[in-house]
Write a protein that binds this ligand. Structure first.
Ligand SMILES: [Zn+2]
Length: 316
């Protein structure tokens, strides 16, 4: 069977799951087009804030000049997002961020209470939503389907979602740049976010338990911007990011190495029952990640952490 049909039936598993059955297009989603054979003379700056780009068959189109048009851009894309905003973006691959060259290493623990704890003690939290989305969702639910007012609320809701996503993105961009600039080696847990946010719903025959709680946790995981932080770190510091097996990072004492379930006193506090080391639980985990400890169950050295190792563990 060719790969195309495997993709089509959803059998082919791409690590990033970028492929699958073709789906119908939907109005207002992924609207846009790409123009190749772009040349420098097709764009000009009119003032400090305004620029113009030549779009074939349309002519000169003005846009807000938010940043320099990169040298060597060969194409650009015009798109309209679900919040109704138009964008023009010129394609090029930015240079990576240079490290300090001191050999400094850092561990990052991504959590729910604190989105990202660094092994140097810094705690960074992703901005929390301000409630606009919830308010608009309630409003939308009350409104009559197909009405003009409902359509307007839907538009406002899309804008509110976009705003939340923008805030998370801004946070992740700033944090990843500062980490890539200040440390030469960056260690993060190898999180399987896709698996972690799997639904607890279960099936009709065997309904899951704590479904609401799990879906709430999933929402928090999505909101804390873990995925985007990891992706941007790898892009900005290529070759300097190491993924560590997250097993026992929250139970291991970063001072003496003692591993025990009871070391973790509460969600926030770590207190070692062997040496009395006391620390923020998130920072303790970040230090373990920085050290790169990989403690497996009493097994001979097997394949690295991942799907295979997990299956072995389940079979044992
Ligand atoms: Zn200890």
């Amino acid at each position: 069977m060719t790969r195309f049909f495997k993709c089509f039936r959803g059998e082919h598993k791409h690590p990033k799951r970028t492929c699958g059955k073709p789906s119908y297009r939907k109005k207002g989603m992924h609207e846009g087009f790409q123009i190749v054979h772009f040349e420098r003379r097709h764009v000009r700056r009119l003032s400090r804030k305004v620029g113009e780009v030549f779009v074939p068959k349309i002519g000169w189109v003005r846009f807000r000049w938010s940043r320099a048009v990169p040298e060597g851009a060969k194409s650009y894309r015009v798109k309209r997002d679900s919040a109704g905003r138009w964008w023009v973006s010129f394609a090029h691959v930015p240079a990576s961020v240079a490290g300090p060259g001191t050999g400094a290493a850092v561990g990052i623990d991504r959590g729910v209470a604190c989105s990202a704890a660094l092994s140097d003690g810094a705690m960074h939290s992703c901005p929390k939503p301000d409630g606009t989305v919830k308010r608009l969702q309630r409003k939308l639910a009350r409104q009559q389907k197909g009405s003009k007012r409902r359509a307007r609320t839907r538009q406002q809701l899309a804008r509110a979602y976009a705003r939340e996503a923008n805030r998370r993105k801004d946070w992740a961009e700033k944090l990843s740049t500062s980490v890539a600039r200040n440390f030469d080696l960056i260690r993060v847990e190898d999180l399987k976010i896709k698996n972690m946010v799997k639904s607890a719903k279960g099936t009709v025959e065997s309904p899951g338990r704590n479904v609401a709680a799990k879906s709430g946790l999933n929402r928090e995981i999505h909101r804390s911007g873990w995925g985007i932080l990891g992706t941007r770190l790898e892009q900005k510091a290529p070759g300097r990011v190491e993924k560590i097996n997250p097993a026992y990072t929250s139970q291991r004492c970063s001072a003496c190495g003692h591993v025990h379930r009871k070391n973790r006193q509460s969600q926030a506090l770590f207190l070692c029952i062997a040496c009395g080391f006391r620390c923020s639980a998130d920072v303790n985990a970040a230090r373990n990640i920085r050290a790169g400890h990989v403690r497996r169950r009493d097994k001979p050295a097997g394949p690295p952490a991942g799907a295979t190792a997990k299956r072995e563990y389940l079979a044992a």
